[in-house]
Ligand binder design. Sequence first.
Ligand code: GLC
Length: 746
Amino acid sequence: MTSFRTGFSVVCLFVSSIAAAQTPKKTDQSIDSKVNALLAKMTLEEKIGQLNQYTSDRLATGPLSPNSSKYEDIRNGKVGSMLNVRGAKDTRMLQDMAMQSRLKIPLLFGLDVIHGYRVTFPIPLAEAASWDMNTVELSARVAGKEAAAAGQHWTFAPMVDISRDPRWGRVMEGAGEDTYLGSSIAAARVKGFQGKGLGNTDAVMACVKHFAAYGAAIAGRDYNTVDMSDRLLWEVYLPPFKAALDAGAATFMNSFNDLNGTPATGNAYLQRDILKGKWNFQGFVVSDWGSIREMIPHGFAKDGKDAARLALNAGSDMDMEGRCYIDNLAALVKEGKVSESLINDAVKRILRKKYEMGLFDDPYRFSDQKREDAVLNSAENKKAALEVAKKSIVLLKNESQLLPLNKNAGSIAVIGPLGKSSEDMKGFWSVTWDNDHLVSLYEGLDNKLKGIVKLSYAQGCDVTDTSKAGFAEAVNAARNADVVVMAVGEKFDMTGEAKSRANIHLPGVQEELIQAVKATGKPVVVLVMAGRPLIFNWTADHADAILYTWWLGSEAGNAIADVLFGDYNPAGKLPMSFPRAEGQIPVFYNHKNTGRPASSDHYEQYRSTYLDLPNSPRYSFGYGLSYTKFDMSDLKLDKSKVTQNDVIKVSFTLKNTGKSDGEEVVQLYLRDMVASVTRPVKELKDFQKVFLKAGESKTINFTITKEKLSFYDQKMNWIAEPGEFDLMIGNSSDHILLEQKFELVD
Ligand code: GLC
């Protein structure tokens, strides 16, 4: 392992030193000297106070325990940060309390601004389907602006956990199954939240979470154990965290899970060796809610004092709602079990961020009610939410070219339990939404059609209830319409934290409702509104058209209406594989070939397959259709052999051969055919989203660098091995249109 650590640290230290220089900071020397001067004045209790974070009583995002001394603690300098305090008024009030403390050290206010503050954006997994980094950054930028105007200094986002398991409810918060896409999105979100840099009053600190590998919880059950090889950790789960750090992320949050037997919050390998060591992270690590104290039920800490010792020594700087630090660290220092120098390091990391945010200059600079009123819910922000929502929609099926609908459609029946729901459009992790500004599907259609097309509505059934009492009315509505638009899926709180599900079929009797409506013979468009990949095989086989619209936020209905009527040509691509059955999970595109691959034709039944299902998912990573067609041709590589310090220039022609303008996401995959470690059958190594007018062609260029050929060898050194590679270009991981081999030579 030594060689691995040495090998990796060389790469990382070099890269992170560049990253550190790129992190927009005020002159470090001036801040560091202020931090050191303040630290010198602080008592041990005041230092420990900076490591302590409480939640507001008005919003609990975890198991709440009574805390009668909260406000007294703030006045006595025993609290460094508060979370879940919303609005300029309330943050100002609490900051006032902090200003009564001896040293007047300002509080940091943090909140889960995951996909929007007042204007709600599509859930992160939906935004990932846009494959559009400008769109992802725009969403975070607007969320950051609104949050900063509402008193927030810090958002607990982006969540960058890779996950291959749709049973895990928190897939809705991330960017799906792929490391390359997930790393690109992680960086875009950090840039969005932090804007032009900390200290600007429209920027909030990002918080990269959950460090680390939380998305690999066994059986997709939230908070469950994670056990994986170093190779899988470094190759799949860590890169998005490094990408976020390199983008300048101010803070990290650790995770509830244990990793290979050590809870993340007490994991010095993760937090000291990797994050603060090899990666040279200068910010601070906040625990997840109570994750320090939860090392007791993990069976890793004997009691709160033991948990405090383990966590502080392992590099957890701030204790979110665990009260282990505030209750025990002073005694631990006196007993010599925790060194004050480690506490000083944690305090300095936190104070440095408070200086960078300008809070010592003006503790109230983010708590301005006039600015809050001016910035929140602006027309500009809602326009941005509409743009992001449109780009998040994925067209899964349109066989009979039913879509886009014609505005002379005559009459449309909107059927299904989510057809008139506005509340569910906000999705999970909306903590400050405005219910009056969530546009339902029905409202969106009404806004667009304004009486041109007769609209009717029938709920048909509930999301989870098994009653079919509403079927007759729904079937009747379908019979009396020219086209049916069905809105099915999940309620906003069915996917999210602590929302793992063993059964991810369309809930309740919704698929039977679709069957009953389809039996009328009317053309049926099915919209699936959900926070995760769901299973709906009958619908996939029989619906005329299917759009996966996720939970699209404030402008959901308007965005869907734009797509339904072709005012926007959908271009989304799935960021996760959709299983045919729960039994396939984990199913993901970048799997290994095995010694008896399903594709082989000479092993008869002795192949890595199921007896009852194909290996392939129902819908693959990277899949999504358009109202137009794209062709790829004329693939050229400027060389067929490349040396270690050279690159290959790749070009091909993309043509819009259809009748409407549109965007295509061209995806470049590589396969290392033979290596000293088995390699996936393909890995996404680059992509571009390209707009072409009908009939237009464009030459697309990619560059193959050594980095794209590299992997961790047997000794976990990051290297590229000579040999043959297969280059594949397509518009989905399972739809490769161009392919050519090349060789890496010494
Ligand atoms: C929650 C989540 C975390 C969130 C924190 C504060 O339990 O795990 O993602 O940021 O607590 O709400």
